[in-house]
Write a protein that binds this ligand. Sequence first.
Ligand code: P1T
Length: 397
Amino acid sequence: MAGSDSSGFPGFGTDTIHVGQDPNQWKSGAVIPPISLSTTFKQTGPGEYPGRGGNPTRDCLEKCFAAVEGGKFALAFSSGLGATMSICHLLKSGDHIVAMDDLYGGTNRYFRRILANMGVETTFADATSIEKFSAAMRPNTKLVWIETPTNPLLRLVDIPAVVAVARKQKDVLVVVDNTFATPYFQRPLDLGADISMSSATKYINGHGDVVMGLTAMNDEALYKRLHFTLYAGGACPSAFDCYLVNRGMKTLHVRMKEHFRNAMAVANHLKTHPRVETVIYPGLPEHPHHELYKRQMKGFSGMVTFKLKGNLENATKFLQTIKVFTLAESLGGFESLVDHPALMTHASVPPEQRKELGIDDTLLRLSVGLEDTKDIIEDLDQALAAAVSLSSFINTL
Ligand code: P1T
């Protein structure tokens, strides 16, 4: 491990700062990669391309992302969902997907309401149970899609165990959505996954001002196929956004340590709070998948999910009173955000699936930012005090 870091992968900070950024690649010797806004590049002859047909600013970002994911290749997309769509373009009608049942609502919606209409069926299974996951596999399964930790319930899936099941069949692609963990804390490719994808909109960029998806992989043939679906499908990011994400990534390791520290403090504070029903944070020893967390991850991000006591009215009051946290979708930026999954990010998940998972009216998802720990905790306390009257829970205390 490089330096005295207690979390993260060896050399992570050095890679994110230097890989793909060599000043000698530019005639000017620019230390910071320039933004190349040109949408077309001079050919040396008809049909002869000077490079591989990419954009120089995007190339810097992709090289850097591949390195921090421990992969050989990376591709950037116009959004996380754009990456998901382009990966699914590798499938054909009649193919089948097994997806984790607890997923970002937009991924669930894409599988059910777009892909299903194109002849690709998805079975949602609880991949935290290898038995349930194995039972969902079919002879025509071609894609396994998991998130770990999941959005919003922060459940953990054993990546090597899922890969082992998928490998029993031919040509099954295993994709891990690594958005919540980030490559600083978890490297799906090292654990056998074929593709590690992230919504770079979140922690990777980290500044709430870019929408982007990133994928990393080791297999060259897969990289070429995915490059084709990106190129032919058009979900390509702008050079300016690539510049911003490449810049944001330079501090990913610094930000993630701080998100981890703040989120641990919040989780520890909320777990004994009289106005709180339950707290979910994989870093807490009480988390049901904490042993797996210790095996598979080197820490966790600023995502803390909890249930406050009471009902929707209490939750609404909390969300209207909280100040340091902004009520908004998305996550992973420097600023603290709070989400009500049932009414916001996961409203498109069918109500019966939400009920089964436990995404109910009092479940709230925090994206703990980089503000001072004391201010974050005091804000949670004041909003909880305003929202939940202890006297109504006197019998439960
Ligand atoms: O927003 P976009 O870049 O398209 O990424 C989609 C996406 C993919 N995977 C995960 C795990 C995600 O959380 C998201 C986007 N999620 C939110 C906007 C949200 O608030 O949960």
